[in-house]
Design a protein around this ligand. Structure first.
Ligand code: NCD
Length: 300
């Protein structure tokens, strides 16, 4: 059974398999139009979402499957009446052939996997992980750069609470000669455990104080929104904003990625710059998620 719980379950080989499948789905979507024929997927999002939820749902429909979903599981499902996520999974697997979940708990994927009899796909776990986002992020970088070895990535924004960052670091560090630069307000610095994880894979994390500390030929600037729903209090606004002037200091090969939604951290004045790839990145999410469903049902 092929769960997608954490970025940790991937290695270079399994990533390449997924990315080649995704390339093929993108090129020949009709070849896959009946892959999920007769399958029903339950989509349970306990936190807000636009891209992740709707691209999962679109992926199911484009593959010929069907989905059951709640618009807002936190208020419309029995979670509101105190049902545990484990009980909900036990019920849903009696109805559906796979379950996609987003929930505010960091640890729900491990708990769900213990009792799951159908594939469970992590659509976001608190401030822990967001593996399918990292897969589409890496896929977008690979489309741009071909080889992921030697890639130089700058991560920006909320490095403390940003689950997309945490999963992306686990994936990107599987490659050789990778460089990782981090630029954030001190209150949103990358937790030590991720710095240690990078070090254990031979990558020295380079903490930056401003845009000048990021090499001008960096391949990717990956910005993120301050995850204000994850903490109490007001830590102010983003200080490091990518705008036309900042981007003009970087190489023509430096792409700008963002999991979206953005707040003020990426200025709209760069949206038409060919290096601004966040909208392309979001479309790639559909194809990567189609690939994940194809794999989930093939490996069964
Ligand atoms: C991200 C998330 O939910 O973690 N969004 C997404 O899935 N594309 C990032 C965010 O909400 O800031």
């Amino acid at each position: 059974m092929k769960h997608v719980l954490s970025a940790e379950q991937y290695n270079r080989e399994s990533l390449e398999q997924l990315f080649e499948l995704t390339d093929d789905i993108k090129k020949n979507p009709t070849k896959y139009a009946k892959k999920l024929d007769g399958k029903i997927v339950a989509v349970m999002f306990y936190e807000p979402s636009t891209r992740t939820r709707m691209s999962f749902q679109t992926a199911i429909l484009r593959l010929g499957g069907q989905y059951i979903a709640t618009e807002n599981a936190a208020s419309n499902s029995s979670g509101k009446k105190g049902e545990t996520l484990q009980d909900t999974v036990k019920i849903l697997q009696g109805y559906a052939d796979a379950i996609v979940i987003r929930h505010s708990s960091d640890t729900w994927p491990e708990e769900a996997a213990k009792i799951a009899t159908v594939p469970i796909i992590n659509g976001g776990a608190g401030k822990g992980e967001h593996p399918t986002q990292a897969l589409l992020d890496l896929y977008t970088i690979r489309e741009h750069r071909k080889s992921l070895d030697g890639v130089k990535v700058a991560i920006l924004g909320d490095l403390l609470n940003g689950r997309t960052i945490h999963s992306l670091l686990k994936l990107v560090s599987l490659y050789k000669n990778v460089e990782v630069y981090g630029l954030s307000k001190e209150c949103f610095a990358l937790p030590q455990k991720y710095i240690d994880m990078l070090a254990s894979r031979g990558i020295q994390y380079k903490k930056c104080n401003n845009f000048n500390d990021i090499p001008k030929d960096v391949d990717v600037m990956y910005h993120t929104r301050i995850q204000s729903e994850r903490f109490e209090g007001d830590f102010g606004r983003e200080e490091f904003i990518i705008n036309k002037e900042i981007l003009s200091q970087f190489s023509e090969h430096t792409i700008v990625l963002h999991p979206l939604p953005r707040n003020e951290e990426i200025s709209e004045d760069i949206d038409n710059d060919p290096r601004a790839m966040y909208f392309t990145q979001a479309v790639n999410g559909l194809y990567v998620r189609m690939g994940l469903f194809v794999q989930a049902f093939e490996d069964k």
